[in-house]
Ligand binder design. Structure first.
Ligand SMILES: C[S@@+](CC[C@H](N)C(=O)[O-])C[C@H]1O[C@@H](n2cnc3c(N)ncnc32)[C@H](O)[C@@H]1O
Length: 278
């Protein structure tokens, strides 16, 4: 077990941020501080601690899932909106979503995906998209009015900046936020919170953290999705993903409607009025 002073924590965070893969991403300092505190209990040398935190960071930021080139992405969006043709906007959004594995996998069934969700939970006026990645670019497939408040959260600064640019062009309020949602859960009251393809990764970051996080989110409906097959397509994951969801909500009086679209399991969770606060 290591006890770090504030200064030592800052120095180690700076060392971790120096890595080329995090340069320019402006990952919140709170994320690394949270990992250093959590992992310090498990290691007896600073070297082992830094190694463990680097490993966690790699899974959280997940550069291997892919990215568009962000300044080019903004130019493509601008060009598409300049044409005043919704088909051009959809084309630009789908191309950009194709650059990240989570949204790419959803592209062939995007319309079906949102139709299935909204016919189950109704049409929301206020959305939280938690750990959003590039998913807010799917707004044109959601058939929601421009009065919708679409709050989107990610810890990757260029992604958040590009999303706010997109929201502005689309005529939505620029409500993308650069924030670590586990360290600082959003306080906005919403009709629905999307938490797509991230709950299993939260478990890898901090086992069991989903329960308190889902309870903290201020939304009546929570839509959690998880991949039914692994990234490589080789492993069936449905049983373990269901187990994650039902273990997380365990004795809470929450009602779940399960859907499956393409290779994505969708859990529409209604947080009951009697939900316990811990
Ligand atoms: C696996 S991708 C899923 C993206 C999106 N939800 C989707 O399904 O299309 C995870 C995203 O969550 C972001 N992320 C991971 N941990 C986060 C956290 N604690 N707070 C905010 N964003 C986070 C990552 O930067 C990445 O963009």
């Amino acid at each position: 077990m290591i006890k770090l002073t504030e200064q030592q924590q800052e120095d180690l965070a700076a060392q971790i941020f120096q890595s080329r893969k995090y340069r320019g991403l402006n990952i919140p300092l709170a994320t690394v501080q949270n990992l250093l505190t959590q992992e310090a209990d498990k290691h007896s040398s600073t070297r082992a601690l830094v190694k463990a935190v680097r490993h966690k960071m790699h899974n959280i930021v997940a550069p291997y899932l892919g990215d568009p080139e962000y300044s080019m992405a903004e130019r493509c969006l601008q060009k598409a909106f300049d044409k005043h043709d919704p088909a051009e906007v959809r084309l630009a959004c789908s191309r950009l979503m194709g650059a990240h594995a989570s949204t790419r996998e959803r592209l062939p069934v995007l319309q079906e995906f949102y139709d299935a969700i909204f016919s189950t939970i109704g049409r929301p006026s206020v959305i939280l998209d938690l750990a959003c990645g590039l998913n807010p670019l799917a707004y044109p497939w959601m058939n929601l009015p421009l009065s919708t408040q679409y709050w989107a959260y990610d810890l990757h600064q260029p992604r958040v900046d590009m999303l706010n640019r997109y929201f502005g062009l689309q005529g939505l309020q620029p409500l993308a936020r650069h924030q670590d949602i586990l360290v600082e859960p959003p306080q906005i009251e919403a009709d629905v919170a999307f938490f797509f393809k991230e709950a299993h990764r939260f478990e890898q970051r901090q086992r069991g953290c989903n329960r308190a996080f889902w309870q903290a989110v201020n939304s009546r409906m929570l839509v959690v999705t998880l991949p039914a097959v692994s990234l490589t397509g080789k492993h069936q994951l449905a049983d373990q993903q269901r187990n994650l969801v039902y273990t997380t909500i365990d004795d809470l009086p929450w009602h779940v409607t399960e859907l499956c679209v393409g290779t994505e399991l969708i859990f529409c969770i209604e947080k009951g009025y009697g939900a316990k606060k811990e």
